[in-house]
Design a binder for this molecule. Structure first.
Ligand SMILES: NC(=O)c1ccc[n+]([C@@H]2O[C@H](COP(=O)([O-])OP(=O)(O)OC[C@H]3O[C@@H](n4cnc5c(N)ncnc54)[C@H](O)[C@@H]3O)[C@@H](O)[C@H]2O)c1
Length: 324
């Protein structure tokens, strides 16, 4: 297929692009490099530096490359910032998303795989979280991702769009070539590894009085390579229907202390820890049920072990000490 990957110069987008290219697809990465890196665009993919708000550039890219499908990963995705700057999130995640959907419609591109998020659920009533759980986002980030999901639903009714919305839990790890290089970094695994190298003075634990075995929050980590594989499976389902899938590893998840202990073991380094207060809106446990994508698309995670996930991130960090 000829696939346009918006946000393909970002963390997850670079690994998705890598797998698409390895599988023999023609890929165009469309990214404004606001958060991504030119060096993260893998060899074999074309690159267009462009913004989602640029309708003409999108239409020209669709036509010139005869694009069959879009994987839409470009977004603003910092939860804290989203609460402080709701307009930025509505503009980038909803308004710009509509520009993309309209350009697709204008160019007869009717298939899209969308990077959604566990944040669409808010604070769930029960675990694990199924796709049928109520969606009650507790921040603007989750709200805008949900708004775009609903827009795709209505574009399907009006224009026959087919969409697969993938609600990711915590993406983590790296491939050999592509890893996580965010500024600011807000994800616990790279933060913990930066503390292991001395790039940060410590890692902060936000609350140790949660009703969990060690008192710290439990999350579901999914290896970025497993996540990328799901996008390629999701592209196939679009020839038949639209769908929404959770993507996590399930199981019992891992606590913040599990992450830090595992990183100590993997790196062999001291990792200083500082205790902090709970953050508003942080649920004690967030675990996905990924049964639906497993049974409908045959997706199976290959790298569920936290040690394996952290080892891959550590290896990438060592080969890219200053990022891209
Ligand atoms: N990282 C996670 O754990 C996680 C979890 C759930 C959902 N997601 C979603 O997955 C997607 C990818 O996440 P990531 O961690 O790789 O993020 P990222 O910030 O590394 O990548 C996003 C990319 O989109 C580009 N971009 C942003 N706005 C753009 C615009 N208007 N026009 C063109 N390009 C634009 C950025 O330059 C960047 O390269 C995002 O949509 C995010 O919301 C991520």
């Amino acid at each position: 297929m000829r696939v346009l990957v918006t946000g393909g110069a970002g963390y997850i987008g670079s690994v998705v692009t890598e797998q698409l290219v390895n599988d023999g697809h023609d890929v165009v990465v469309y990214d404004n490099l606001s958060k991504g890196h030119r060096g993260a665009v893998v060899d074999g993919a074309d690159f267009v530096e462009g913004d989602l708000h640029e309708a003409d550039k999108l239409r020209q890219t669709f036509t010139a490359n005869r694009i069959d499908a879009v994987i839409h990963m470009a977004a603003s995705s910092l939860v804290g910032e989203s609460v402080e700057k709701p307009a930025k999130y509505y503009h980038n995640n909803v308004v710009a998303g509509l520009v993309l959907l309209d350009a697709m419609h204008d160019c007869d591109v009717h298939r899209i795989v969308f990077s959604s998020t566990a944040a669409t659920y808010g604070e769930p009533e029960s675990q694990p979280i199924f796709e049928s759980a109520p969606t009650n986002p507790t921040n603007t980030y989750g709200e805008t991702k949900l708004a775009f999901e609903r827009a795709m639903h209505w574009y399907e009714k009006a224009h026959g769009l087919r969409y697969a919305s993938l609600r990711y839990f915590n993406a983590a790890g790296a491939s050999e070539k592509c890893g996580e290089d965010h500024d600011p970094e807000t994800h616990i695994i790279p933060i913990t590894l930066q503390a292991a190298t001395g790039k940060r003075p410590h890692v902060e634990i936000f609350g140790e009085d949660y009703p969990t075995a060690d008192g710290t929050c439990i999350r579901d980590y999914i290896h970025v390579i497993d996540l990328a594989r799901a996008h390629i499976l999701a592209l196939d389902v679009l020839s038949e229907r639209s769908a929404i899938y959770n993507l996590g590893c399930g199981g019992d998840g891992y606590s913040v202390r599990d992450v830090i202990e595992t990183a100590r073991r993997v790196t062999g380094n001291e990792i200083p820890v500082r205790m902090g207060q709970r953050r508003a809106g942080d649920p004690a446990v967030l675990i996905a049920s990924s049964d639906k994508i497993k049974s409908e698309l045959g997706w199976q995670p290959q790298f569920q072990d936290l040690g394996v996930i952290i080892e891959s991130a550590w290896k990438w960090m060592q080969s890219h000490p200053d990022g891209y």
